[in-house]
Design a protein around this ligand. Structure first.
Ligand SMILES: NC(=O)c1ccc[n+]([C@@H]2O[C@H](COP(=O)([O-])OP(=O)(O)OC[C@H]3O[C@@H](n4cnc5c(N)ncnc54)[C@H](OP(=O)(O)O)[C@@H]3O)[C@@H](O)[C@H]2O)c1
Length: 352
């Protein structure tokens, strides 16, 4: 078997429906089941189609969609893509049908300890994805950025054959997949990038096209949050695994610092907004706030705060992001802060 014969996606929202849909499109002989709910799930179920938009235009992929946990029975591979706050409840709901399937969690935050009590140790893989997907309307998913996804074993009991099958199956999507045996470090790499991205959501700022190109926001918000996260991870003895391209947190930090060099700001603005045409990222925290849903903030910036508490040190900037996102979550009609308000607030919190 070169790729899994039956693939189920538990939580086929933006990420899951895109991966599952692309696997089905490029590998039609694979049985793919998308588990989803709400308007999005109903739309896919009624039409029997998931619409995938990206650099390829639009593809309408015939698909099996369901909300019934029994539909995942007999899967060789399960892609687990619910939001982190839904991990335990959903895994528990599906536990009886997971069976011997390889489970690959492609979620933000650190989920292995949440899934470990439910998924067999030798079958659990976790990962991080630098792709960016959004549900633009029920049943229609857009790939805003097709960055690399890295997966790896959650424990030493995962065999090379299991890893190989997972790699081949996800690679059938034709999205870039890498394997890492130091996956926790790769997850922390992504988590730190997200701590800045999620801060940009506070002012509904487009992280790449506006945030990092704004000198004040870059120097008062992005770089200090990243430096704080790096300091906390070092104190907590969490190593960071380097990944390819600009998704590498150290390369990203160097790039932000380079933007401060005289003359670079204008050059960078012209190049990044012009020929390079940076993607417009729609962070899941933004998508959740717009849908009046709880966000994953406690598992991203909140993870930095948790580690800081463990080490008896402070992480005031990440704590402020968590606090402000919860403030936005608590109102029905979300009004974002202005970028200037956020910059001023962070200057105050940092005490400078
Ligand atoms: N979107 C991105 O670009 C991106 C990029 C990198 C990483 N990630 C990470 O990938 C993970 C998935 O993100 P996402 O943006 O794809 O989230 P999403 O669009 O909210 O997809 C998750 C889906 O799972 C559904 N779901 C949750 N519990 C369920 C259950 N018990 N039964 C059936 N369906 C259930 C949700 O339905 P409801 O909406 O009704 O809850 C939702 O449709 C997150 O950890 C996110 O941080 C996302």
């Amino acid at each position: 078997m070169t790729v899994a014969k039956k693939v189920s996606v538990i939580g086929a929202g933006a990420i899951g429906a895109m991966f599952g849909g692309l696997i089905k499109h490029h590998q039609p002989e694979t049985e793919v089941v998308l588990i989803a709910r709400g308007d999005h799930g109903r739309e896919m179920q009624q039409r029997g189609i998931v619409s995938l938009r990206g650099s390829w235009g639009q593809r309408d992929v015939p698909i099996t969609a369901s909300s019934d946990p029994a539909a995942v029975a007999g899967s060789d591979l399960i892609l687990f893509t619910v939001k982190t706050q839904d991990t335990v409840a959903t895994a528990t709901q599906f536990a009886d049908w997971i069976g011997d399937a390889i489970v690959v969690s492609l979620q933000n935050g650190i989920n292995q300890h949440l899934l470990a009590p439910i998924v067999r140790e030798e079958n659990l893989l976790v990962g991080m994805t630098a792709t960016n997907m959004s549900i633009d309307q029920p049943g229609v998913v857009t790939c805003n950025r097709s960055g690399v996804s890295v997966i790896g074993p959650a424990s030493k009991r995962v065999t090379g054959a299991t890893l190989d099958l997972a790699n081949r199956t996800l690679a059938a999507s034709q999205l870039p997949i890498e394997i890492s045996d130091r996956i926790l470090g790769a997850q922390y790499n992504k988590l730190l990038l997200n701590t800045m991205g999620y801060a940009s959501v506070l002012s509904a700022t487009d992280f790449l096209r506006e945030g990092i190109l704004d000198r004040d926001w870059r120097n008062q918000v992005a770089l200090p949050i990243l430096d704080e996260g790096l300091r906390v991870l070092a104190a907590a003895n969490r190593s960071i695994e380097r990944v390819g391209g600009m998704s590498d947190v150290f390369r990203f930090r160097r790039m932000l610092r380079t933007f401060n060099l005289p003359g670079f700001q204008v050059l960078v603005r012209n190049v990044l907004r012009g020929p390079l045409r940076l993607p417009s990222l729609k962070y899941s925290v933004y998508q959740d706030l717009m849908r009046n849903r709880p966000t994953e903030i406690d598992y991203v910036n909140g993870e930095v705060v948790r580690l800081a508490n463990e080490c008896h040190i402070d992480a005031p900037l990440n704590a402020e992001v968590v606090r402000l996102v919860h403030e936005l979550e608590s109102v029905d009609d979300v009004t974002f802060f202005s970028r200037r308000e956020i910059t001023e607030r962070f200057r105050t919190v940092a005490g400078c």
